[in-house]
Design a protein around this ligand. Structure first.
Ligand code: F6P
Length: 760
């Protein structure tokens, strides 16, 4: 559960809170000092008083000796006792007196004389003896004063002083000292807070001055010496904000590889870029013709590869091809793309068992169905989790090994590496870690069934930036953290503070690289070739579906929509065919095998129902297709069907649009894809509503050219601007901003600490 602030902190309250940081330690120091000083002062004043009593007793004894030397030889007991009583009455501090004879017998004593005190046995010396004694009635000062007349020892006069008044005065002195120290603490604190406040205000106004001057592009007048060390960083920060503003203001200028490269050069100059993903961008395999290189069917690869071409760096991925080990150097690295190397691919190996647990098990039987609402139950096994943890650690170690600096920019891709950000953060605390989650993030209740939900959230919160495709997925994530972790969430800023780290959660809708029109094959040629190869007449209406063979893609629902459309619109029978390209995917999992069987059975049934010797309603191609082959299908088709039951973005929709530089063709798009939030001119459908999809398909096939053109034109201009370089550019700009901000605030912190230390 997140801890939310109960109230908004006001300025005076914040000043008071900051002042307490100085006052409390100061009060502690003054308190400790008082604690040590009070006993010292106490002891000293006691010694002074005792010395005072010694002198007093001596004087009193001297004054009494004269009359006693007269009365003693006379044996005048009544005069002696009168003398002693009078002396006690007249002297308020004298507690009691007693007179002893030469044999040590007490011959007279006043009433209060303590019974515990005895006469000295014999004459020991002619000197005064003084002592402080603790008796039940309190501390007493006792003086034995020998009475010696003409060398004859006559006895001893015992004077007893009550020391109660000394203790009273000591207590009073103690109180005065404590009060004095308290007053001192208050005065020093107030002066300190006042000076700190004044210098803080001066410092802040100096910073504001710089910001204002920079904002209006006025040259910097002489900044105060206090602020001088920060001027460079503040300027850099402002420059960065200006760049960002310019970037936003210059929206018409399209994002391109060059613009991304310039941005990297300007904003992340010299910074290392490392990408981590499970799927590698180039797979080497042994074939009859020798080693061949393949591009996998992966939205992630489609998106990230052009970025890496633009910014170089190192891409760390699982080496999954059977010829991968034969094509790397001794550090497991290979330069790619093979024809025109632009960056390094660093391969990480894993055994079949590890792949089974980490990739097939936890990632694809657990997290994949957990995050997609496709009504397939997630399966969680402890053994899979163990492999997932171990492989995340292996990739994290590879990141640390590949990093040449202690603060690289690490772009972590997808649900295979939920734990990796925190692992890398542990080893490289200064790294900027951008984690992009390519699939949807579910609501807290759905996510809550994962037995390792806290570990996954903690792993992800090692990221500096955590990206999702849509604001809705960001919201789900914030709410999930709110539900399961003790973190501080700022919903307005979309940040999460956890364990001292701050994670920015932002939507970055992924996209594709906009194709170069000059390199595109001729549309008419594509239309003719594809139809010819499929054995279809030249004017045959063609639909295209391109997906991995995955239960989230709504392939069954799509076929059912085709069936319903043919049923409802008999004129389309014999005139329309759907080509479904289905790249085999995760086929060792039972769920996927079952899915493939269901797909094949359904196609057979529909083809039997509506097909003939010369007509096949659905052509299913379960095989890998290279991207240029897929592109030819896009260009040849009249309609593209994207009917995912749930999809983070879906790049097929954007690829189809990018391929149609003739402004023709219609996109039928599921409302449950991230792409539906951007491509409003597509025919949006609920794939679970088969009749609705069937009607949309028919509408697409019969849509006037003019309408096709308007819709396609609008979507093309959007995808062209909101391309993959923009996706990467915005993430990297945010990363650069946070990097700069972290550097500046570290400097400000250390600088203000130093200033305040000087003040205190
Ligand atoms: O959709 C998530 C994702 O990682 C995509 O980016 C990619 O298209 C697909 O899954 C790849 O799946 P796999 O790597 O398992 O073949």
């Amino acid at each position: 559960m997140a801890i939310k602030p109960l109230f908004q902190e006001t300025m005076p309250f914040r000043s008071f809170r900051l002042s307490l940081r100085f006052i409390l330690p100061l009060a502690l120091v003054v308190g400790l000092f008082a604690y040590a000083v009070v006993p010292l002062v106490d002891g000293m004043t006691q010694r002074w008083f005792v010395r005072d009593l010694d002198a007093r007793s001596q004087m009193l004894a001297g004054a009494l000796q004269g009359p006693l030397f007269d009365y003693l030889p006379q044996g005048s007991q009544s005069k002696i006792i009168q003398l002693l009583d009078r002396s006690v009455q007249q002297d308020g501090r004298l507690f009691a007196l007693a007179l002893c004879d030469a044999d040590g017998a007490m011959i007279q004593k006043t009433v209060m004389f303590p019974a515990a005190l005895r006469c000295p046995a014999t004459q020991t010396s002619n000197e005064l003896r003084q002592a402080v004694m603790k008796l039940p009635q309190g501390s007493l000062h006792v003086t034995e004063s020998p009475l010696v007349l003409d060398s004859q020892y006559l006895g001893n006069l015992i004077l007893v002083h009550d020391m109660g008044f000394i203790e009273k005065r000591s207590a009073e002195t103690r109180q005065y000292i404590i009060a004095l120290f308290a007053l001192l603490a208050v005065v020093i604190s107030l002066i300190t807070v006042f000076i700190a406040h004044m210098s803080w205000r001066g410092w802040i106004s100096a910073v504001k001055g710089i910001l204002r001057r920079e904002a209006v592009a006025r040259p910097q007048s002489n900044p105060s010496s206090e602020i001088r060390p920060l001027v460079g960083d503040l300027r850099a920060l402002l420059h960065e904000l200006n760049v960002e503003r310019r970037v936003q203001a210059s929206a018409p200028q399209p994002w391109s590889p060059e613009r991304l490269r310039t941005l990297l050069h300007d904003e992340l100059a010299g910074d290392e870029i490392l990408v981590v993903s499970n799927r590698e961008p180039y797979i080497h395999t042994h074939t009859a013709k020798g080693i061949e290189v393949k591009r996998p069917a992966s939205g992630l690869v489609t998106a990230v590869e052009p970025v890496m071409r633009a910014c170089s760096g190192t891409w760390i991925a699982h080496g999954s091809g059977d010829a991968d080990r034969d094509t790397v150097d001794r550090n497991d690295r290979v330069a790619v793309p093979p024809k025109r190397p632009a960056y390094t691919l660093r391969r990480v190996w894993m055994s079949k068992d590890e792949e089974q647990g980490y990739y097939y098990g936890f990632a694809n039987e657990g997290l994949w169905p957990l995050c997609h609402i496709a009504h397939v139950r997630p399966v969680f096994r402890s053994s899979d989790w163990d492999q997932y943890v171990a492989i995340n650690q292996r990739f994290a170690d590879a990141v640390v090994n590949e990093a040449h600096t202690d603060d690289p920019v690490v772009l972590v891709q997808d649900y295979h590496f939920a734990l990796l950000p925190a692992m890398v953060r542990g080893k490289l605390p200064k790294a900027t870690i951008i984690m992009f989650w390519h699939i949807p993030w579910p609501n807290p209740e759905s996510f809550g069934i994962c037995p390792w939900r806290e570990e996954i959230l903690e792993g992800l919160l090692g990221s500096t930036i955590l990206g999702f495709h849509t604001p809705f997925h960001c919201k789900n994530f914030l709410e999930t953290v709110d539900r399961y972790l003790e973190a501080r969430i700022e919903y307005e800023d979309s940040t999460i503070s956890y364990g001292g780290d701050l994670t920015q959660v932002e939507p970055y809708p992924i996209s594709i690289a906009w194709p170069d029109a000059a390199e595109q094959p001729d549309i008419a040629e594509c239309r003719a070739d594809i139809r010819k190869n499929l054995g279809l007449p030249a004017n045959h209406l063609l639909g295209i579906g391109v997906d991995r063979l995955d239960y989230t893609k709504g392939i069954i629902e799509r076929f059912q929509a085709v069936e319903t459309m043919l049923e409802r619109q008999p004129s389309m029978v014999g005139r329309f065919t759907l080509v479904q390209i289905a790249a085999p995917s995760r086929s060792s999992l039972e769920e996927y095998q079952n899915f493939e069987s269901r797909v094949r059975l359904l196609v057979d049934r529909i083809n039997q129902r509506f097909g003939s010797d010369r007509y096949v309603p659905i052509i299913l191609k379960i095989e890998h297709h290279e991207s240029d082959q897929v592109n030819r299908y896009y260009r040849a088709a009249d309609v593209c069907l994207v009917t995912s039951l749930h999809d983070g973005m879906n790049l097929v929709a954007k690829e189809f649009i990018a391929a149609r530089d003739d402004d023709r063709g219609v996109l039928v798009l599921s409302q449950f894809t991230g792409a539906a939030r951007e491509l409003h001119e597509a025919l949006i459908v609920n794939p679970y509503h088969i009749e609705q999809s069937a009607d949309a398909l028919y509408r697409a096939l019969t849509m006037p050219e003019m309408e096709q053109c308007e819709r396609m034109h609008s979507m093309r201009s959007l995808v062209k601007d909101f391309n993959i370089y923009r996706w990467a550019g915005h993430m990297l700009l945010d990363a650069a901003r946070l990097r700069r901000r972290a550097q500046v605030s570290a400097k400000i912190r250390s600088h203000s600490r130093k200033s305040l230390r000087r003040v205190v």
